[in-house]
Ligand binder design. Sequence first.
Ligand SMILES: C[S@@+](CC[C@H](N)C(=O)[O-])C[C@H]1O[C@@H](n2cnc3c(N)ncnc32)[C@H](O)[C@@H]1O
Length: 250
Amino acid sequence: MITEALQYAATSLVTPKQFRPFIRSSVSLWSRAGRCAKGWAAHEENCKAFIRETVAGMKQRRTVVVLGSGLLRDVPIDDLAAKFDTVVLVDLVHLASVRMRLKAKRFRNVRLISRDLSGFDDAAAAKVVEPLSFLRQVPYLDLVVSANILSQIGVGSKRRLEAENDPARDEILQRLIRAHLDGLAALPCKTALITDTAYRVTDRGGQVLEEADLLCGVPAPAAKRAWTWPVAPYGELSKDYQAVHDVIAL
Ligand SMILES: C[S@@+](CC[C@H](N)C(=O)[O-])C[C@H]1O[C@@H](n2cnc3c(N)ncnc32)[C@H](O)[C@@H]1O
């Protein structure tokens, strides 16, 4: 509790005002990631391996942008900083502990941007939704990594729409998910997309108690790799059941 309060306070000081409402959920992700480190390790290693593989096949490595860089748990930041001229990390919030870690490593080529990557405001105002259009302005862009953010765009936007009781909720959620996928597909550079697509809550006997599509009905693109991620291993939500997510990478 005390470390969470410190993390919250230190992050508030360095976060632009409009993004401060999102600090709480980043801090709670950080706490959960610490508690579930053992259960998440294989997923995090799979993500890093996939990004390293993608980079290994690239001849030109000038700028890489990481969308949803968050806690940098599933992003091989040392490799990216060593191999690219510039690394741009984009998220709603960059926690104080993440900033300190980057500072301690003395990276000179890593930049942090706070940005809402969902397109929510435009979708809610029935405008064209192009949340990744800012990437067109990034010079020498050779790689964009979408690092476990896509499902969170759906989850966060769903929460906001439920609060507003919007009848067009499902349609808006699908537009946001599609806008991220289409935005990545339209980029003239290499991309790596890692996302969870669905979850299941199961008991110790394997019985499915609850399941949901995390892409809100938008078909998942064909994957190069797929694995499962025990987001809430036994003991996190209950000793009797676990929540497991399906993850794809392409
Ligand atoms: C599951 S975490 C990703 C973990 C991260 N890649 C890592 O290595 O630790 C999802 C991340 O997406 C970010 N996120 C969620 N919605 C976002 C949005 N609309 N715009 C920007 N970032 C968002 C969250 O702040 C969080 O850091």
